[in-house]
Design a protein around this ligand. Sequence first.
Ligand code: SF4
Length: 380
Amino acid sequence: MPPQITARISAHDWLVEVPPLSSLRADQLGRWQAARIDGKLHRRLLDGRIVVYPSPTSPPQEVDASDEIHRRVAGLALELTQRIAQAGDAFALVGDGTAADLFDGLRRCSEWSAERLDDERQRFLAAYPEPVEILPPDRYRDVVVLPATGCPNGNCTFCAFYRGRGFRPLGEAEIARHLDAVVELYGPALALRTGLFLGSASALSLSNARLCRLLDLAWERIGHKRRGAAAFWDPDHSPRRSAAQWTELSQRSLRAIYVGLETGLSPLRESVGKSGALDSLVSALRSVRDAVSAESMRLGLMVLIGLGDKETARAHYDATAELIRELPLARSDVVFLSPLAGSLPPQQLTDELVQFKRRLRTLTPAQVAPYAIEHFRYFA
Ligand code: SF4
């Protein structure tokens, strides 16, 4: 008979599963990360909010930190402890730890009161000078560090993330305090993060000297991350970099940069608040590829699906496809297709995405993947 309760344990976290209704995952300190209670999945965000997924197909519901949910999670930890103790052969444990380690973890988890978890929320607010609004989908498990806040553009009609928040680099002392606070907030759970994301809307708008200092300091404080660092880049609001400067960043393990192309149709791009000077954007992207190989630095481009009215929609796809075809992208690069919520009826938007994905796959060696911006949460 297969085991009815399974658990996986590592030096930094653990997970217990009793399918289909219960599961619990927590870090080494016992702070819960995800809990399935009566079949509903709950996930804790670093900023203290909780997201509830009533079923695998239903949309998530966000709730502010709820004492009731924290109490139920603590109760689940106690219940799982009892069930494992009585399970005998119906329990299986894998990973780097013993049943005693797991019982210890479950005990710690049961001891986290709602008040203590609320303190974590306050620590997050103290550590991060602005909310973590968005990450590229392949960097969701990064630890975010903010060398700046806000957006150097802030004019895009389709984006509400940074409205009214101008770009502000953090001073050296602020960055040092921020890094200390982030390291303390994560604690041992920092080891669970696979990369470092230099946040706000365009960290690459900072000078190379600043970025190099920040990367040196961040690696020293946070420790090595196997996926290196990544950042958003708005080339229209950034210093032009020489090949030597790109190389400097690459040598400090900047491994991926993400650019909001949105469309290859110049007037349409301008009409939504970005520069229509696509030649300059293309030349900036080429300058990266000329300086650093695709294996050393991944390029990620974001394209909006559903942009434009009836007259321009076709031209948007044609021009975007043509521009992407001409870019020096490699298999390790990625083009993210992001459906613009509300631009078209949901089914039509999905159909557009599928069609565009098929078309791009014939034109570029880069990966082409959907990017549902609204699904991003900075999970604990
Ligand atoms: S540049 Fe990016 S972050 Fe800034 S307003 Fe436009 S879409 Fe939003």
